[in-house]
Design a protein around this ligand. Sequence first.
Ligand SMILES: C[S@@+](CC[C@H](N)C(=O)[O-])C[C@H]1O[C@@H](n2cnc3c(N)ncnc32)[C@H](O)[C@@H]1O
Length: 196
Amino acid sequence: MSRDYWEQRYQSKDMPWEKGAPSPGLVDFLAAHPDLPKGAVCVPGCGSGHDVREFAKNGFAVTGFDIAPSAIDLAEQATAAAGLQANFQLLDFLHAEPTQKFDCIFEHTLFCAIQPNERDEYVRAVLRWLKPGGLYLAVNYLECDPDGPPFPTTRVELLERFSPHFELRADWVPRSYPNREGRERMFWWTRRPVSV
Ligand SMILES: C[S@@+](CC[C@H](N)C(=O)[O-])C[C@H]1O[C@@H](n2cnc3c(N)ncnc32)[C@H](O)[C@@H]1O
């Protein structure tokens, strides 16, 4: 989907993904793993930045990317209002050349938001932006209407796409927003030094 498509969704306030709170799965994961190294985190497709602020609250140096100018404006305003520190950049995560490499990428409703035929490009983007050995943490929205975005996926598809490049440490059904209960799955991947 184009930058204009997403910007229009923000301008017309047609944002059903906006829940006013971070991903419950992320909140629980960070609470359960207080000893994660506090490296540089990237949240692509960050929207208004709830997940970015959750990382910031937990002491991470975090950067949110979004393709829609209005999303970046909302994210910057809400982060300043919360008295938190984070960076936000207007860019196309799938096609931009990395300005830095991250220790961790957090996925939440970007993989399902892009066109399914862009998923190869998405995996290549994660590999460009993430350091070898880095953490790829994902809350994947599996079950949604086929007329997306969001577009559905399956655990099998995700394993096929990511296993050649990432070692799966764990996957589970996370706590979710009320309308997504049981429809999301969380994946904790570590990037292999060399893809198999
Ligand atoms: C479904 S929304 C989810 C927003 C946020 N992750 C959340 O859960 O609230 C998808 C977001 O991805 C952004 N987006 C779509 N394609 C993108 C791309 N290629 N690069 C960066 N952001 C993108 C959209 O502008 C939108 O903010």
